[in-house]
Structure formats: structure tokens, C-alpha cells
Write a protein that binds this ligand. Structure first.
Ligand SMILES: NC(=O)c1ccc[n+]([C@@H]2O[C@H](COP(=O)([O-])OP(=O)(O)OC[C@H]3O[C@@H](n4cnc5c(N)ncnc54)[C@H](OP(=O)(O)O)[C@@H]3O)[C@@H](O)[C@H]2O)c1
Length: 220
């Protein structure tokens, strides 16, 4: 199995590092191809760099580790390439106003996940995942001992669920399904009650995460 990671910034870069550490093959892309090439070289034989189109075509799963507006731009061009692929979306409905302040870019009742899922071809396997922690925690909390940290995910698709469980384990975390795409906003920021920032920065283990879900009455 090969996973394309589109974007090697705060999220894509540690994710690539963790997946390679867990034995997964990755193909990396960035706006500046030299950046993807540099990281691929550093990560060794399980990693290579490619253009966005080549990366998607050669992958079984595609992680869009880019800003929501960039995902929309890329999908306007390349959505057809995602037929039969697992599409992993860590995005948040975030942007910046004229003074550089971070702002929510979608109405409160609309998730970035619902926007991305609606732009995919019918045969793509969508899952919201890998955006549930701040980038620093994603980078530092892999393979936590003795109890791994949980990464929640949301999907309506069994193929996507099987694949994301494999990738979350490989990355050194414990997967836990929150529910379907309708629940995606709960693991986005701002406002997601199960995003790390909605949990006051906590990194939950599996028992704590299950108890939190049960207390919230969420479908699992
Ligand atoms: N940062 C966080 O704490 C955090 C946490 C959870 C979720 N997220 C979400 O994760 C996503 C990525 O955030 P980030 O903080 O990792 O962003 P980032 O550090 O700004 O990285 C964005 C990456 O996207 C690449 N990129 C931009 N346009 C591209 C294009 N057209 N084709 C290919 N690659 C392109 C950039 O390439 P270059 O390297 O060449 O510039 C860069 O590597 C966002 O949706 C964000 O909301 C972020």
C-alpha cells in the first residue's frame, strides 16, 4: 500500500515521518517540489517525491495535508483521479482576515469535512482524520507509552475505516471511530468538542476516549 501526502508542512511532514517509521510507503508533494524531495531523501527508501497528479495516481490513500482552500483548488482540477482511492482529510474551516487574525471560514453548522466529501467522485472513500491534534502534539505524541494516544476519525465508508485504522496504528496512535461524516465537525477546530483544543489540550488514551464519547452520547 502507498499513501500520498499532499503538503509537507506542519501536519504532512510529521505524518510522513511517523508513517515511514511504521513501515508504510509514502509519496510526498508540496507546492515547492524541492521541499518534498528534501523530506523524501531524509526519510529514505520508503519515501519518494512526485507531482500532485503522479502522487495521487500511484497511491491507494491520499492525505490532503493542505489548507481547505487549497484542497478545493486541487479537487477542482484532480477530483477524477480519486475514484477508488481512500481520501484522508485533516482540514479545518480556518483562514485569516486582513489583520492576520485566524477566522472561521464556514458557517458554524457546516464542517470542512462535509465540504470536502461533497467534492469527491462517488467512488472515493472519504475519511476525516489526522487533524484532531495540534501539529506539535501530532509530531511529539506518536508511540506514546505505556498507553498510546487516540486519534478520532469520522467516516461512512468501511473501506476508508479499514485503511485509516491501519494508517493511524502505523503512525503510532490508537484509532477510534467517532461516527460518520455528519460528525466530522466534532474533530475540527474551531469548535470541535473532540478536537484536542476542545478537550483543553488533552491527549486521550483508548479508555478515556471511549468514556468521553459515551459521556457525550455520540454514536460510534
Ligand atoms: N497546523 C496545525 O496545528 C493543524 C492541526 C490539525 C489540522 N490542520 C489542518 O491541516 C492542513 C495543513 O495544515 P498545516 O499547518 O500543515 O499547513 P502548512 O504548514 O501551511 O503546510 C501546507 C503545505 O501545503 C503545501 N501546498 C500548498 N499548496 C499546494 C499545492 N497547490 N500543491 C501541493 N502542496 C501544496 C505547502 O507546500 P510548501 O511546503 O511548498 O509551501 C505546505 O507543504 C490544514 O487544512 C489545517 O487546517 C492543521
Amino acid at each position: 500500500m502507498t499513501t500520498a501526502i499532499i503538503g509537507v508542512g506542519n501536519v504532512g511532514s510529521p505524518l510522513a515521518r511517523h508513517l515511514v517509521g511504521g513501515g508504510e510507503s509514502v509519496v510526498l508533494t508540496a507546492k515547492d517540489e524541492a521541499r518534498a524531495e528534501g523530506l523524501a531523501e531524509e526519510l529514505g527508501p520508503l519515501a519518494r517525491a512526485a507531482s500532485v497528479e503522479d502522487a495521487i495516481e500511484g497511491a491507494d490513500a491520499v492525505v490532503f495535508a493542505v489548507w481547505l482552500d487549497t484542497i478545493k483548488e486541487l479537487l477542482a482540477k484532480d477530483a477524477r483521479l480519486l475514484e477508488d482511492k481512500v481520501v484522508v482529510d485533516p482540514s479545518n474551516p480556518l483562514g485569516f482576515d486582513e489583520s492576520g487574525q485566524m477566522i472561521r471560514t464556514l458557517p458554524d453548522d457546516q464542517s470542512a469535512g462535509s465540504v470536502v466529501a461533497a467534492l469527491l467522485p462517488a467512488g472515493a472513500h472519504y475519511v476525516k482524520a489526522f487533524g484532531t491534534l495540534g501539529a506539535d502534539a501530532l509530531a511529539s505524541a506518536a508511540n506514546r507509552e505505556p498507553r498510546p494516544a487516540v486519534l478520532f476519525y469520522a467516516t461512512d465508508d468501511d473501506v476508508a475505516a479499514t485503511t485509516i485504522e491501519r494508517l493511524i496504528h502505523a503512525a503510532g496512535f490508537e484509532p477510534l471511530k467517532l461516527g460518520g461524516v455528519a460528525e466530522a465537525g466534532r474533530i475540527e477546530m474551531p469548535g470541535g468538542d473532540l478536537h484536542q483544543f476542545g478537550l483543553n489540550g488533552a491527549l486521550l488514551d483508548l479508555d478515556e476516549a471511549r468514556a468521553t464519547l459515551a459521556a457525550a452520547g455520540a454514536p460510534t
